[in-house]
Write a protein that binds this ligand. Structure first.
Ligand code: MD3
Ligand code: FE
Length: 210
């Protein structure tokens, strides 16, 4: 389960009921005050993944409360139930009750992938905290590429992330390069609440205050 120090994969962590509830919550966010969108990159590119943010709004390469690049609205509140879910995720991955109790994520990025969407190799460095990132996958299986902290190229390991899987990245793996080179269309169990595509929720600690 530990792919690299601090990078722990827990396959099948979410029940189908939990997956359906999360899909419903994500659908509400996607049509909420700041609708889901393809993020524009400063260089002029547009991400193939669609993203909706909760708690804080992410646009490369910063977090704000208001979505200036979408519609100027304030993003949805980060719910308390998600803080508790993040703590249970940390406990499941690391088994460290004290660390889990102190974990207080304040933002979530919800990424939606259709069959063509990809995410290039990158590091997540826009947070001012080095607290772990909790990732939950729902829907179609994807190929997830876990690299190294030095370069966006080899060596890397490709693994499959399946609906219900939990992945936690902390410690030395917090700044690892990672990406999603491929989504395996048509692999989702409709009972997860998604009939097509893949949803990934990442919870983070921004380290920001208003
Ligand atoms: C390792 N998301 O939102 S989840 C992202 O499947 C992101 O949508 C991918 O990369 C997705 O930034 C991968 C696994 C993941 C998420 C965040 C990480 C791995 C990570 C942050 C640091 C290190
Ligand atoms: Fe990332």
């Amino acid at each position: 389960r530990e792919l690299a120090p601090g990078a722990v994969h827990v396959p099948g962590w979410l029940t189908l009921d939990q997956q359906r509830d999360l899909v419903a919550a994500c659908r509400a966010w996607a049509t909420g005050p700041v609708p889901i969108r393809h993020t524009r990159l400063p260089g002029g590119g547009v991400m193939s993944v669609r993203t909706v943010c909760v708690g804080w709004h992410w646009q490369p390469y910063r977090y704000t409360r208001v979505a200036g690049d979408v519609n100027g609205q304030r993003v949805a509140e980060f719910p308390e139930w998600m803080v508790r879910l993040g703590r249970r995720a940390l406990l499941a991955a690391y088994g460290d009750a004290a660390a889990a109790a102190e974990y207080t994520p304040d933002t979530a990025l919800v990424n939606f992938y259709d069959g063509q969407a990809r995410l290039g190799m990158h590091q997540d460095k826009d947070e001012r905290s080095s607290a772990p990132v909790v990732s939950l996958s729902i829907g179609d299986t994807c190929v997830f590429r876990v690299g190294n902290t030095e370069t966006r190229t080899k060596p890397y390991t490709d693994i499959e992330l399946v609906s219900g899987d939990l992945f936690v990245f902390g410690g030395p793996s917090r700044y690892i390069y990672h990406g999603v080179p491929r989504v395996l269309g048509g692999t989702a169990d409709p009972a997860c609440g998604l009939s097509a595509g893949r949803l990934n929720i990442t919870m983070r600690v921004t380290g920001l205050t208003d």
